[in-house]
Write a protein that binds this ligand. Structure first.
Ligand code: NAD
Ligand code: WQD
Length: 339
């Protein structure tokens, strides 16, 4: 029988790609979103890609009654929780917002799940939970020491999940720690549509290439890396959502708690990404070197071994495809979902 997967935050960047992949893999995703960082029009795009229009419910994960309605009306088999806030700077200026959206919201969600006997849960964590351990290749045994409130909120939810599993070992939980998700669906119909000035590198580069911004500010070229700019493990969003499909298969409602990093295992510098994007788009990306951004580590990437063993998953797409797919989305939709 077709499985109903509740995708909280399913209208957002990663969630919308997840919904497409779930439909294509034969699941029935149900989107639950409060549109605080997305637009309901994404549904038209998902329908165009898949030929199916998934159910979309407007609601807030912090509201027990919003969630209760969904779990009462539909038999939910599993929950993938993307709903939350993700801007590091904002988490420093408004910690309560982050603890409310991310931590309180997820606790309410878990409570409602428990009430309705749903115990399969996939959680969007982040490499940010590792902070700076003093080395660059992170595996799942790397100590957890987040250095900002966003990372702390992810760590707190992880702790809640570990404690729930210890007390009630019949839960089936996957904690997936994402490295740097970029790219878009190959159709160019869905992609990342940040509000205002992008915080992250890839959307900033693509907005420069499309002419929305004059130049990129490169935050530091004096790091101990090959070209002096910061290095990250960028992962194509379609590879990332494939990792979730593999996690669903691995969980299979069997009691367990999996913790897995999702990244490629290699890292790319800011200037390497700029040059790859110029090549993919045929556009110039002017940049200027600025001081380092506070809180940035020079370089880090995942050791992808556990994902391969536990999920039978590894990233397939390289930097060229990440840039080409981002460019297709950006050039087809210069104003994101507003067009
Ligand atoms: P996004 O902002 O595009 O998507 C989040 C979605 O959740 C949005 O549609 C938003 O409207 C919705 N939402 C937020 N708060 C909600 C609430 N209280 N109730 C219901 N819906 C709510 O972000 P994204 O990039 O797709 O990230 C998805 C998840 O992955 C987040 O939890 C984020 O922290 C995590 N993550 C993202 C990255 C990244 O770089 N994009 C990296 C690591 C982890
Ligand atoms: C990448 C590199 C910057 C912007 C963040 C979050 C992390 C995760 C992913 C959610 C760094 C440099 C950036 C710019 C630049 N999100 N840069 N100019 O900081 O690795 O990770 O997003 O979980 O939690 O912290 O990603 O894309 O911001 O930066 O030079 O305008 O690009 O210094 O070296 P980051 P990023």
């Amino acid at each position: 029988m077709t499985k109903n997967i509740l995708v909280t935050g399913g209208a957002g960047y990663i969630g919308s790609h997840m919904v497409v992949s779930l439909v294509e893999a034969g699941y029935n995703p149900i989107i639950f979103d409060n549109f605080s960082n997305s637009k309901p029009t994404v549904l038209n795009r998902i329908e165009k890609i898949t030929g199916k229009r998934p159910l979309l419910i407007e609601g807030d994960i912090r509201s027990e009654s919003d969630l209760d309605k969904v779990f009462t009306e539909y038999k939910i088999d599993s929950v993938i929780n993307f709903a939350g806030k993700k801007a590091v700077g904002e988490s420093e200026s408004d910690p309560l917002l982050y603890f409310s959206y991310n931590v309180e919201g997820t606790i309410v969600l878990l409570r409602v799940m428990k009430k309705h006997g749903v115990k399969e849960f996939i959680f969007s964590s982040s490499a940010t939970v590792y902070g700076d351990p003093g080395y660059d290749e992170f595996d799942e045994t790397t100590p957890l020491a987040p250095i900002n409130n966003y990372g702390l909120s992810k760590w707190m939810i992880e702790e809640v999940l570990r404690k729930i599993f210890r007390a009630e070992p019949n839960w089936s939980i996957a904690i997936l720690r994402y490295f740097n998700p970029v790219g878009a669906h190959e159709s160019g119909l869905i992609g990342e549509d940040p509000n205002g000035i992008p915080n992250n590198l890839m959307p900033f580069i693509s907005q420069v290439a499309v002419g929305k911004r004059n130049h990129l500010n490169v935050f530091g070229n004096d790091y101990p890396t090959a070209d002096g700019t910061g290095c990250r493990d960028y992962i194509h969003v379609m590879d990332l959502v494939d990792g979730h499909l593999q996690a669903l298969k691995a969980l299979k409602h069997q009691p367990q708690l999996l913790t897995v990093n999702l990244g490629t295992g290699s890292s790319t510098s800011v200037l390497e990404l700029v040059h790859a994007f110029e090549k993919a788009s045929g556009k110039k990306v002017p940049y200027q070197i600025c001081p380092r951004r506070a809180g940035d580590k020079a370089a880090y990437w995942t050791n992808p071994a556990k994902a391969k063993t536990v999920l039978n998953w590894e990233a397939k797409r390289g930097i060229e495809e990440m840039c080409a797919d981002t460019w297709r989305w950006q050039s087809m939709n210069p104003n994101g979902y507003e067009d």
